[in-house]
Design a protein around this ligand. Sequence first.
Ligand code: 5GP
Length: 179
Amino acid sequence: MSAISHGDPNIRVLIPEERIQARVQELASEIRAEIGHGPITCIGVLKGSFIFMADLVRALGGPVRCEFLGVSSYHGGTRSTGVVRISEDLRHPIEGHHCLLVEDIVDTGLTMDYLRHFLEGRKPASVRTVALLDKPGHREVEITADHVGFTIPDEFVVGYGLDLGELYRNLPFIAVYTP
Ligand code: 5GP
């Protein structure tokens, strides 16, 4: 584990930028191997997945549609409230599409479980899921993403799209935040 702190004593690098970039390429190959080379509708969960989504869709190549879902469940704290609310719906129908739900992190699993059912209700051809990070130590619903970038310990992380009170999303690495 690196000691780089970017000048902020509260953060410690957990996954450096190069490892993330290499893993994103591998995930894209795994996903293409399963879904094939036809169109994929990638559905990014805002805001946390926006950087992962941007890197992943470029690594996927081929025909890709980009959609976003706005979801709120944290309200700026470091623990889930357990309530999932859609704040921004899809802009286009996904009926008949091969969909890929793109999440930053699976923690309790409540968000991914809710969104998978939500998408299945729109009659897509298929729904697969990818999460950059998996924190299995804190599950409340038995769910695992079909594709996982990194399994991490039960610690609060920031960077590469993940925030604390809307800050730190722009860090190019994943870091553990300790107050
Ligand atoms: P879940 O519903 O699985 O508990 O949580 C999913 C959402 O909670 C994620 O999409 C993310 O927005 C937020 N979340 C869970 N763990 C963390 C974490 O360690 N850091 C940050 N910044 N957000 C987290």
